[in-house]
Design a protein around this ligand. Structure first.
Ligand code: 2HA
Ligand code: ZN
Length: 258
């Protein structure tokens, strides 16, 4: 994501749900390095109790993706949601006294929302993909027309994200409010655009989730390249229906003409 220019400086963050058995091969889940209260959130608003005891690998606040490979133990942490869901217990990482991403509330609420509709969800990924962001400035921020214009840019888009792209208006990031709004959208979409900021994506694995962002970003790139040029050819709703039938996926209801 850094290499592709989607995560400049400390932009972007990732959380990955881990099973206790997976981490037990590497660390003692009974040994807590330190407790980290959740910062910048209104405690009354944030209820992570459904995730109590769950373990996440998560990027650190203020950390740069480009440094993760050089020093994973400083730039990443493994945390367990503490009793009552109001903080986390650090099991590994954040070696310099660091803490989870400022977007931790949005990540955790999104995990809870995705798990409520898909027990296999493991990943939440936030980034600032260049062309998708550019498209935010030139396309109306309407979920149906935004999704359809992306679907039309690459033949396989409708198959990769048949559930479409949810969109939130510009909101202040790092807050419980944007976390709640993102989670609500995540009940319906695996991709949620934060207007004029970036995108949230969710999936069963790092590959699948990265692939979603990669595909939506590719479509946005083609949209931006073609913008302002006369449109001579276009993928039709009928083409996209045929694709959905072939790959046995259901496009978001009401988005394709019959
Ligand atoms: O972590 O991307 O939205 C930096 C961000 C905040
Ligand atoms: Zn961001």
């Amino acid at each position: 994501m850094y290499r592709l220019g989607w995560d400049e400086r400390n932009g972007g963050n990732i959380s990955l749900l881990l099973e206790e058995a997976e981490v037990a091969d590497y660390l003692d889940p009974g040994t807590v390095i330190r407790h980290i209260p959740l910062m910048g959130v209104k405690e009354v608003d944030l209820d992570l109790s459904t995730l109590e005891g769950r373990i996440f690998l998560v990027t650190g606040t203020g950390k740069y993706f480009k440094n993760v490979l050089l020093d994973p133990e400083t730039n990443l942490g493994i945390v367990r949601i503490a009793k009552g869901g109001k903080g986390v217990d650090l099991l590994w990482g954040f070696k310099d006294g660091g803490r989870p991403t400022s977007e931790f509330p949005a990540h955790m609420m999104s995990h809870a929302a995705r798990l409520s509709v898909d027990l296999e969800n493991r990943v939440v990924m936030h980034s600032h993909p260049t062309n998708l962001l550019a498209m935010n400035f030139v396309h109306e921020l309407d979920e149906k027309s935004f999704t359809k214009d992306l679907w039309k840019m690459c033949t396989e888009c409708v198959v990769v994200f048949p559930d479409g792209v949810g969109i939130l208006p510009w909101m202040l990031c790092g807050t419980t409010e944007i976390g709640k709004a993102t989670a609500k959208k995540m009940e319906e979409f695996r991709l949620v655009v934060w207007a004029l900021h970036g995108v949230y994506a969710a999936g069963k694995s790092l590959d699948e989730t990265f692939g979603l962002v990669e595909t939506v970003e590719k479509a946005a790139k083609i949209y931006m390249l073609a913008l302002g040029h006369p449109r001579v050819n276009e993928l039709t709703d009928e083409n996209m229906r045929e694709l959905c039938d072939l790959f046995a996926v259901a496009p978001k209801s009401g988005y394709l003409e019959d």
